[in-house]
Design a protein around this ligand. Structure first.
Ligand code: HEM
Length: 121
């Protein structure tokens, strides 16, 4: 019984390592570009949650969301702006489009130094 559990766990670890190698440690520019897109999708949702908080506060001033704390409101606006610019816009344009499209536009197989590019993600 215990051996069977260990065996399943081992298989799970091997599977996770294979997936990491295929998707996260990839040196393929298209896969990396997609990784950037998926990343900004997730961070974009967290930025949208903060935007919803801002909108709630403006719709119902002094709402329990911020507990009447004006400093917290300003922090959320700042976090929203920083997340949207540096974790959504920049990854989409510089990481996503640059990796996904640029190499094929200039007619090369991949970017220069693909491993360094992969490390960059
Ligand atoms: C591409 C980047 C950004 C996206 C996609 C974005 C998206 C949004 C969305 C969807 C809302 C909700 C609007 C609403 O409910 O009426 C919002 C609100 C807001 N965002 Fe951003 N945002 C971005 C960048 C920024 C930046 C750089 C700032 C700078 C401080 C900022 C400040 C605000 C403020 C103050 C609000 C509340 C205004 C309002 O709701 O009318 N956002 N944002």
């Amino acid at each position: 019984m215990l051996v069977a559990i260990y065996h399943r766990l081992y298989e799970l670890v091997v599977f996770i390592r294979q997936m990491l190698k295929k998707y996260l440690y990839t040196i393929n520019h298209r896969r990396l570009g997609l990784n950037y897109f998926y990343f900004s999708l997730i961070t974009g949702m967290s930025g949208a949650v903060l935007a919803t908080g801002i909108r709630l506060e403006m719709a119902y001033p002094g709402s329990p969301f911020f507990g009447g704390d004006s400093l917290r409101y300003l922090q959320v606006i700042t976090a929203h702006a920083l997340i949207m610019i540096f974790f959504v816009v920049v990854p989409i344009f510089f990481g996503g489009f640059a990796n996904y499209l640029l190499p094929s536009h200039v007619g090369s197989k991949d970017v220069a130094y693909p491993r360094l590019n992969s490390l960059g993600f």
